[in-house]
Design a protein. Structure first.
Length: 100
């Protein structure tokens, strides 16, 4: 089973997390199938830098094929304005036709 969860990076008392799709049996900082974004809970760079960045289209794809987000990832998705409904089909954004 694939889960969407965080990997901890950074130094002591200054964590930084990457969000990834990984096998449920792999350890917290184990091998990921795909990196899907990052989250900085100690966001101190000022208001001009984002606190998190998510690849929303890929997160929606993984949830559509049955991946379960962790509670923290689900909260980040809610914060980004994405409803984390497992099992909803993935529909990519329509491509615009190129004028030739």
């Amino acid at each position: 089973m694939v889960v969407l969860r965080m990997q901890r990076f950074g130094r002591a008392h200054r964590p930084f997390y990457r969000i990834g799709a990984m096998d449920k049996r792999s350890p917290r900082n184990g091998r990921v199938i795909e990196n899907l974004g990052w989250y900085d809970p100690c966001h101190t760079m000022g208001k001009d830098k984002p606190e998190y960045e998510l690849k929303v289209d890929r997160l929606c794809y993984w949830m559509s094929v049955g991946a379960q987000p962790s509670d923290t990832v689900r909260d980040l998705l809610r914060k980004a304005g994405v409803e984390a409904k497992p099992g909803t089909p993935y529909t990519p954004a329509p491509m615009e036709a190129a004028d030739s």
